[in-house]
Design a protein around this ligand. Structure first.
Ligand SMILES: Cc1cc2nc3c(=O)[nH]c(=O)nc-3n(C[C@H](O)[C@H](O)[C@H](O)COP(=O)(O)O)c2cc1C
Length: 282
């Protein structure tokens, strides 16, 4: 067997990043909740994440300095200010919402509103967890280790877990976590993710900043669409205009909704939006 070697000094940062995220995978995903000084909530996913000790219980994750803008991420700024955060573990029911939460929304935007995820009140700290997660940790800041201070450099945030909140439905009679019910999603390289139960799948990151759940029409927000389906609709940069030359041989709203779900599941988001706009005039 031959190994191809890649010498770090001869690689650009992007290539190093891709080697790291493709080789060190699948990585668990921390959905980190924090508050800024004005108590505006922030939510963002981080897969440079793990646990590092149980006594005291220390977890760590690493928001990088943006390789594109050279600026620190809101999560880092918030935790430097408030010294606390929550980590909610990501499951398959919310993975599209998590992807939407990774859009670079302005600092004064509350990503709970943009992603439709529900705030779960903490007991020891002020930052919120995510109610749709099965496993939430309240953490106080233990340390921040700057790992370079340059674009794409990490900032290892270590937190001490003060309290675990675990959905009772995923616990066995002896308070063990049922791994099937935890249903964790992990991150691989490129646009690959791992569903612990089903294996690898691809999920493309939104190209731009998505409109968010707050811009979805009420009749679709309150329909039978799932959070993941709504998140795909909310990931578009703007709502397309209705092409009223579309002809649909559809007799009922239920039939139309079924077709919309089908289009979303097959990633035909433009077509889904046309059907939604048609539904609005039905
Ligand atoms: C699944 C997933 C994992 C991510 N992991 C990281 C990570 O470990 N470190 C990082 O800096 N950015 C990571 N990102 C990108 C951030 O979530 C993204 O930059 C986000 O906008 C940061 O938000 P903030 O500025 O509100 O903190 C990840 C994105 C996704 C979708």
């Amino acid at each position: 067997m031959n190994f191809k070697q890649f010498i770090v000094q001869e690689l650009d940062v992007k290539s190093i990043y891709h080697l790291l995220i493709s080789g060190i995978s699948p990585r668990p995903i921390a959905l980190v909740g924090s508050l800024d000084k004005n108590r505006i909530s922030n939510l963002a996913p981080f897969s440079f994440f793990n646990a590092f000790g149980a006594n005291p219980p220390i977890i760590g994750f690493s928001p990088a300095i943006s390789g594109r803008t050279g600026l620190p991420k809101d999560t880092l700024l918030n935790i430097k200010d408030t010294k606390e955060f929550t980590v909610s573990i990501v499951n398959s029911n919310i993975v599209e919402q998590i992807s939407l939460s990774s859009c670079e929304f302005d600092r004064n935007i509350d990503e709970f509103i943009k992603t439709g995820l529900t705030k779960y009140k903490s007991k020891n700290i002020s930052a919120y967890g995510v109610k749709e997660s099965n496993f939430i940790m309240e953490c106080k800041l233990y340390d921040i280790i700057e790992l370079g201070g340059k674009p794409a450099s990490g900032n290892l945030i270590l937190g001490e877990v003060l309290r675990f909140h675990i959905n009772e439905e995923i616990l066995t009679d002896t308070n063990q976590i049922d791994p099937y019910k935890l249903d964790p999603i992990a991150r691989n390289g490129g646009s690959w993710y791992t569903n612990a139960k089903k294996g690898l799948f691809e999920l493309k990151k939104p190209q731009n900043i998505g409109i968010g759940f707050d811009q979805l029409p009420d009749y679709i927000l309150n329909s039978c669409l799932t959070g993941n389906q709504l998140a795909k609709l909310a990931s578009v940069e703007f709502i397309p205009s209705f092409k009223d030359n579309n002809e649909y041989a559809i007799n009922s709203k239920d039939e139309l909704l079924k077709l919309i779900k089908n289009k979303i599941d097959n990633n035909c988001i433009d077509e889904a939006w046309q059907l939604i706009l048609y539904l609005g005039n039905f």
